[in-house]
Design a protein around this ligand. Structure first.
Ligand code: HEM
Length: 632
């Protein structure tokens, strides 16, 4: 450690001219900053949200350099202590520049971890690939996480390529600290951010720092509980359309029912639903599976992300060193992943561009009634306040974001739900009975269909959905990077390599953290000894994780929709939509395992994707036998 510091200082002296005596910290403290531990940054002039010259930064720790950046236009010296900017030269201040917000710092300016989590136990890893290959080639998503929890407890150490250390956590207190209390203290990694950009554009999933704060704030009203409720009738109508389609066309000539690739139908209906809710636009996916948007998304992840080539794993590990404007060009690399992402994004952006223009004209022509999400965003854009507006590019990106984030994940969750129900028909029977009883009440009060309160009062249906969200979280991992030095507390102590008990983990700025959603959702300490079983009764009997002290996640103490300032904005949308579809399907159809035996695997395609083990070429595939429920 000392050697590394000495090396750092020597390199620093050679690279950077001597500093003036260090100024007092302009903040509350009048202590002189410790220049030896400071980082020197030359920043470029730019608009307030510009990620200044730090884009051009070397990532310190790897080569033993301090974090250092140089931008040739109007360079500006700033001294940073850790990630805090403690000094800005007078000429810059007198030119009206302010100390930039911490949030504005690009990830590439984060110094690499100093101590990391080296005393924490973890599986062996190769220096070149870390444990990444194991993750991409695991038989079923979660295999590695569950094994590590068994062996090391609620936190363990793994590696990313080129020996970068990553701290994996499933501990409730740690996750609460990192995701909720930490606010923006843990940001997205450069490769994750770029990955988000490639599939969704520069919308809210991609944005970090101030840009995220602004985008999220503008979008939040469109996802308020009261607004999402207004979609219930549309969800019900769409569910009824799917049921009718199956009865009239698909199953009409087979009394005994037949095997269906239910995932495809679910992807089509959830795409139509998000189209209507987000743009008031009918993608027409249910009627026409060859419509261009459905076709673009069909098997997008399984055909691009599954089993990535090794060169690409290493290539992505270098992205944090590459300035973002240059990284943009990876879109044009003619390999299966980058071409597929680019073509899909271009397709949805084309549709969105036209719709944004139509919405703008409709609003100008005085159509204030539209309740779809895009109309709300276009209306928000009439604000005088630039912080309450989205650019056209951002608006288009939000649409690409909502279309992808809003349909694949929900369709995936519903596929897993019906599969579990096919294996556990007793739950279908209980659900059908409670739906029939509720239907009786609806008829008795003179209504034609369920309202949201009726659906929310169905114990088995809600329990089955929650249990599937716990057991098969569509997004199973998130990665973050610590913006500043921190201490992560643990609810469940672990043992270090030398056998000491560890109750908290000090980390340095730059430390990568892996949030194992699938691991947390199956932690025996929280969910009981049967955590690895799909058992909806835990929600009915009250044995599910009811932890109050270290509550984490936005829904039912699950991590499935993440937590904190970047939690899933669409979780309510998804839960109500899923419940609506599930109730309609169980009321009208029986689901059982297909006539041809198929081993369903949880494949790592970026999402936890159901695929048939012997038929991976088919892509996402959940074949189930479906037959119509006949009234007695
Ligand atoms: C079962 C269904 C769903 C699951 C499991 C899910 C899961 C997640 C997770 C884990 C995140 C955090 C991602 C990250 O930090 O990188 C997220 C973010 C997000 N989700 Fe969902 N989601 C679902 C459905 C939806 C729906 C229906 C919508 C919209 C209609 C939606 C829109 C979003 C958006 C916009 C974000 C980004 C939030 C931000 O960064 O501020 N999701 N989702």
């Amino acid at each position: 450690m000392r050697l590394r510091n000495v090396r750092r200082r020597l390199v620093l002296r050679r690279l950077i001219p001597p500093l003036d005596p260090a100024p007092a910290n302009p903040g509350a403290s009048d202590e002189r900053p410790n220049v030896a531990n400071s980082y020197i940054l030359h920043i470029a002039q730019g608009p307030p949200s510009h990620h200044f010259g730090a884009r051009n930064a070397f990532h310190g720790g790897y080569f033993g350099f301090p974090t250092f950046a140089y931008a040739p236009e109007t360079p500006q010296t700033v001294i940073m202590h850790s990630r805090e900017i403690i000094y800005m030269s007078e000429d810059r201040k007198s030119a009206g520049h302010q100390l930039p917000s911490l949030l504005d710092l690009s990830l590439s300016s984060v110094p690499a971890a100093k101590n990391g989590s080296t005393h924490i136990r973890g599986p062996k890893a190769s220096w070149l690939y870390g444990n990444i290959i194991d993750f991409f080639y695991q038989k079923n998503v979660g295999d590695i996480d569950f094994k590590c929890v068994d062996e090391y407890g609620t936190a363990w150490r793994m590696a990313l390529p080129f020996g970068e250390d990553v701290l994996a956590v499933v501990d409730s207190k740690a996750l609460q600290h990192v995701m909720q209390k930490g606010g923006y203290g843990y940001s997205k990694k450069a490769d994750t951010k770029m990955g988000n950009r490639l599939i969704m554009g520069r919308g809210v999933v991609w944005a970090v720092g101030d840009s995220h704060v602004r985008q999220r704030k503008i979008m939040t009203p469109a996802f308020s509980p009261s607004h999402i409720r207004t979609f219930t009738t549309m969800f019900r109508n769409s569910a009824a359309k799917l049921a009718q389609k199956w009865k009239d066309d698909v199953l009409a000539h087979s009394d005994e029912g037949q095997d269906l690739a239910i995932n495809r139908w679910l992807a089509r209906i959830t795409l139509d639903i998000v189209g209507e809710a987000a743009f008031d636009y009918d993608f027409g996916a249910l009627e026409n599976q060859n419509n261009k948007v459905s076709k673009a998304y069909h098997n997008m992840f399984s055909e691009s992300v599954l089993y990535p080539p090794k060169w690409d794993i290493l290539f992505k590990a270098t992205w944090k060193y590459i300035p973002e404007p240059i990284l943009e060009f990876v879109r044009f690399i003619p390999t299966r992943e980058y071409s597929r992402f680019r073509k899909t994004l271009d397709t949805i952006e084309d549709v969105s561009r036209g719709l944004v223009e139509n919405k703008k004209s409709a609003l100008l022509a005085g159509d204030p009634k539209s309740k779809d999400i895009m109309s709300i965003l276009v209306k928000a854009n009439a604000s005088e306040d630039p912080n309450a507006r989205l650019s056209d590019e951002e608006m288009i990106a939000q649409m690409a974001t909502l279309t992808l984030a809003g349909h694949e994940t929900t369709a995936n969750t519903l596929s897993w739900t019906l599969w579990e129900l096919a294996k556990h028909p007793e739950y279908q029977t209980s659900m059908r009975a409670e739906i029939a009883a509720a239907r009786g009440k609806v008829v008795a009060r003179g209504d034609t269909d369920f309202v949201l309160e009726d659906l929310e009062a169905l114990p088995y249906c809600n329990a089955v959905l929650k249990e599937t969200l716990r057991y098969h979280p569509a997004v199973y991992h998130l990665t973050r990077i610590a913006v500043q030095d921190d201490v992560i507390p643990l609810a469940y102590p672990i043992h270090s390599q030398t056998g000491e008990t560890i109750t908290e983990i000090p980390i340095s700025a730059g430390q990568a953290v892996l949030i194992s959603i699938c691991g947390y959702n199956r932690l025996p300490e929280l969910w009981g000894q049967d955590a690895h079983e799909w058992n909806p009764m835990r929600w009915i009997n009250g044995d599910a994780n009811m932890e109050k002290e270290n509550k984490v996640g936005v829904y039912s103490n699950l991590m499935t929709f993440s937590a904190g300032v970047r939690s899933c904005i669409g979780w309510r949308f998804s839960v109500i939509e899923s419940l609506t579809l599930l109730v309609e399907l169980i009321e009208n159809f029986h689901f059982s395992l297909p006539s041809v035996k198929a081993e369903i695997a949880r494949m790592p395609t970026g999402l936890m994707t159901p695929m048939v083990r012997d038929n991976l070429r088919e892509g996402v595939f959940m074949p189930l036998h479906v037959s119509v429920v006949h009234e007695d």
